[in-house]
Write a protein that binds this ligand. Structure first.
Ligand code: SF4
Length: 360
């Protein structure tokens, strides 16, 4: 039988409750695991647990169900790709990007107190959304990750860098694995990780029914919407799953989300030459977003791992697109800088409103 992760919250909570052990003893177990990298953890060494917790942990749980298979460093000296092997032999990727927010620019060199990093996390093995510009989309869907497997990516990354921001922009559509996502984020924002929800960004193609619940379940996290087209027919052409989520209804859902959350929404827009990068598309997008407070991130297309006919837009078109959104519609628009291309991490960065780097 597959072992369960101590970070699999429903499982450990249920086992503790069944054994009459207070669930307040779960957090000290997590703290011990987080503080003890590179050793096979013997739960007997976790201090101050009730006697009955030790045999229960030993027999039913593992400190980690995944292993860090490899870490590939990019030549940019900023980006590291973590290849993580799950217990069923599947692999997921997580990407760490180190930066120094005080300097306001990337800094590969050590920062006093260590670099502050952003971690891009996977939520599924593969993805069923089938976006035509995405390598993961071409794999198809294999399975959801458990909340434990999601949090273990943070644990692995925390052993190599000080993680300050999380973006759910790795493999998978996070809102298609909603329950595990919510559990994982709640763990990440609680003891001992204690990340601010404001430093967690969840990216979605726009699963409307899940967007409608997100504000109640995870208040204060950032929402990033992979829009990628200003009209429904282009969206469907490049993101087949968009057929189930009509643009008009998605925009209504985002309006309600913003009214309730009072937060900016990030709009991701991949720049595809001749597909969605023309002047008329910029005006259509500007009009579509006029009623929302958004930051638009224009993303150069990264062809790694994808065999199709898309090409990234040329620099002139990207700049023209940006200046239309800014000039005509007053929309804050950034052009994302690609990082880690040499290690196929497909990582890109943009400025958040806090003038810090995030990553996809
Ligand atoms: Fe899935 Fe995101 Fe890739 Fe689309 S872009 S196929 S939602 S992983």
């Amino acid at each position: 039988m597959a072992c369960r992760s101590v970070f699999d919250l429903p499982a450990i909570r249920s086992e503790f409750e069944k054994a009459g052990i207070s669930i307040r003893f779960i957090a000290p177990v997590w703290k011990y695991v987080l503080q003890n990298p590179n050793i096979k953890i013997d739960f007997d060494e976790v201090p101050s647990l009730p006697t009955g917790a030790y045999p229960l942990l030993r027999s039913k749980f593992r400190s980690s169900t995944s292993t860090l298979d490899s870490v590939v460093e990019s030549d940019d000296n900023i980006t590291s790709k973590l290849l993580i092997r799950l217990q069923d032999g599947a692999f997921v990727e997580a990407v760490v990007m180190r930066y120094d927010s005080r300097m306001g620019r990337y800094a590969g060199k050590p920062r006093p107190g260590g670099p502050r990093s952003t971690l891009c996390i996977s939520s599924q093995v593969g993805c069923k959304m089938g976006c035509k510009f995405c390598a993961t989309g071409s794999m198809g869907f294999k399975r959801n990750l458990s909340s434990g497997e999601i949090v273990e990516q943070l644990v692995h990354a925390s052993h190599i860098s000080h993680i300050r921001n999380i973006v759910f922009m790795g493999m998978g559509e996070p809102l298609n694995n909603y329950a595990a996502l919510v559990e994982a984020v709640r763990i990440m924002t609680g003891f001992p990780f204690q990340l601010s929800p404001k430093r967690i960004t969840i990216s979605t193609v726009g699963i409307i029914h899940a967007v409608n619940k997100l504000q109640d379940d995870l208040p204060n996290v950032n929402l990033a919407v992979s829009l990628h087209a200003p009209v429904q027919d282009i969206r469907c052409q490049i993101m087949p799953a968009a057929r189930a989520f009509p643009l008009v209804k998605l925009m209504d859902a985002l309006l309600i989300y913003q009214r309730n959350s009072k937060q900016k929404i990030f709009i991701e827009y991949i720049m595809l030459d001749g597909v969605n990068d023309e002047e008329q598309h910029a005006h259509q997008l500007g009009k579509l977003l006029q009623t929302l407070e958004v930051v638009v991130n224009l993303i150069p297309f990264n062809p790694i791992g994808i065999s199709n006919h898309f090409r990234t837009s040329n620099e002139h078109n990207v700049k023209r697109f940006q200046s239309i959104l800014r000039g005509y519609y007053g929309i804050r628009t950034t052009i994302r800088k690609q990082m880690g291309q040499d290690i196929s991490s497909a990582c890109e960065t943009w400025y958040t409103p806090k003038n810090e780097f995030s990553l996809q």
